[in-house]
Design a protein around this ligand. Structure first.
Ligand code: CMC
Length: 430
């Protein structure tokens, strides 16, 4: 192996495979020619060791606990959290200048309303429908109401589509909640910025306007920022996979919502609260829960712990832990679940099982405590994750679609089924 080539010898034949080096020095063997040259494919279930693309959006060093958006460390956004600014940064590659920021903010304001006909769709869902199901369906439905944005041929069309989707997801999310409670839909208020407008549509009533502390807005902006991108995670890879068939932006992001829903991914934020509540309710102690999570036969995991990439503290969890403490203090709220979460973390971080496997709290461990304090119901937590992750999905969809070498994503497999078998007519089957 030289610096930029690896040699692989198979059946006496040696092939040279190029080595790619990323900006931060991480290296990958380029196996695109492997099958042509050797007839072999690479086997990597769950893509644990596969770089599915090269990307200039987000950098993670999982061993050191580093996360950067377009080169900027996550921690830099904590002082003045502004989700709209980070959205632009991720999608368009740099922090917006004043004119870009104002144009994008205006676009978000002007597109916050849903087509009135779209609202009728909510009535077709049962009140008890899972919010993530409604969100995915309604994002897909946007394709029907914006047919002019299905083919995005120019930068301007892409900006229009991205702005619309970023703007409308919060209206869809708020109306999903209002529908589940049988409450009237609240129109967006053009005077309000992005996050305040979302909370207004969630919690205002026709006879009273929702008001909140600036700390709540800062905390929610920060929560959304911390979820905004995480390179090739399950939902983002889904968006890329769907988009690679040239499916439109709405359809691709709707698929991302479905992928995010699962409890091993975004759905973990709901499961964390259920876990904390079950300990609070006395079903078992924190220690008993940890013991069950270590026992593979129990089917239980310590939710909000562990990560495919981080083998160190997830920097998002570190920030969220301190924000949750500050916000609860500011609001004068005592949440017994915070104490239980801290206790679980403490026990786990002194337990060989978790230390040996390098399992640390992830983004979902403390986010729910913050959302609860803001008044967001638990079944909406993953929807909030989706609002946060949308800029990431859009950025990756755009990056992929802007690549002239883009091909449809189509993995191979190692077939392990029956060998060549005979068809047996039904009357002859035993
Ligand atoms: N509780 C108990 N054991 C765990 C946990 C956990 N939360 N996470 C991993 N392990 C064990 C796992 O059983 C395995 O043990 P062994 O080596 O003895 O077989 C070892 O640690 C390595 O784990 P893995 O299953 O190979 O890890 P993975 O990369 O396939 O899965 C994960 C990562 C996040 C799905 C997993 O850690 C997990 O299920 N965590 C709980 C769910 C969760 O919090 N998900 C949110 C992830 S972060 C935000 C997001 O992506 O949405």
């Amino acid at each position: 192996m030289s610096d930029n080539k690896a040699e692989l010898t198979i059946d006496g034949k040696t092939v040279e495979l190029p080595i790619l080096t990323g900006t931060e020095g991480e290296r990958a063997i380029d196996i695109t020619s492997l099958r042509n040259e050797t007839g072999l494919t690479a086997y990597d279930p769950a893509f644990g060791n596969t770089a599915s693309c090269s990307s200039a959006i987000t950098y993670i060093d999982g061993d050191k606990g580093i996360l950067r958006y377009r080169g900027i460390p996550l921690e830099a956004f904590a002082a003045y959290p502004n989700f709209v600014e980070v959205t632009w940064l991720l999608i368009f590659g740099q922090l917006p200048n004043r004119a870009e920021y104002e144009r994008f903010s205006r676009q978000l304001t002007e597109n916050a309303n849903l087509d009135e006909d779209m609202k009728h769709h909510f009535a077709g869902f049962p009140r008890s429908a899972p919010p993530m199901a409604i969100l995915s369906a309604m994002i897909s439905t946007l394709s029907c109401f914006h047919p002019q944005l299905l083919e995005l041929d120019t930068p301007d069309q892409f900006e229009q589509a991205a702005g619309r989707l970023i703007s409308k997801i919060r209206t869809l999310a708020a109306y999903t909640y209002r529908h589940s409670r049988g409450l009237p839909y609240i129109y967006p208020d053009p005077k309000l910025p992005y996050v305040s407008n979302f909370l207004h549509m969630m919690f205002s009533e026709p006879y009273s306007t929702y008001m909140c502390e600036p700390e709540v807005l800062n905390a929610l902006n920060l929560v959304l920022i911390l979820h905004a991108d995480h390179e090739q995670n399950c939902s983002t890879s889904t968006v890329r996979m769907v988009g690679s068939s040239r499916a439109n932006l709405f359809a691709s992001c709707a698929a991302g919502v479905s992928a995010l829903w699962g409890r091993l991914h975004g759905g973990a934020n709901v499961k964390v609260i259920e876990m904390l509540e079950s300990i609070h309710g006395g079903k078992q102690t924190a220690r008993e829960y940890i013991e069950a999570a270590k026992d593979k036969s129990s089917g239980i995991k310590l939710m909000g712990f562990g990560h495919r990439v981080y083998k160190n503290f997830d920097p998002r969890a570190t920030i969220l832990r301190s924000v949750s403490e500050q916000l609860l203090n500011k609001l004068g709220v005592t949440d017994p679940l915070l104490e239980i979460a801290r206790n679980l973390e403490d026990i786990a971080l002194h337990d060989d099982y978790f230390l040996e496997r390098k399992l640390y709290p992830n983004v979902d461990f403390y986010s729910g405590i913050i959302l609860r304090a803001i008044g967001i119901p638990t079944n909406m937590f993953t929807v909030l994750f989706a609002i946060g992750r949308l800029p990431g999905w859009i950025s990756h969809w755009h990056e992929q679609n802007s690549d002239p070498k883009m091909r449809i994503a189509r993995p191979r497999q190692v077939y392990t089924g029956n060998p060549l078998s005979e068809y047996v007519p039904v009357e002859d089957r035993i």
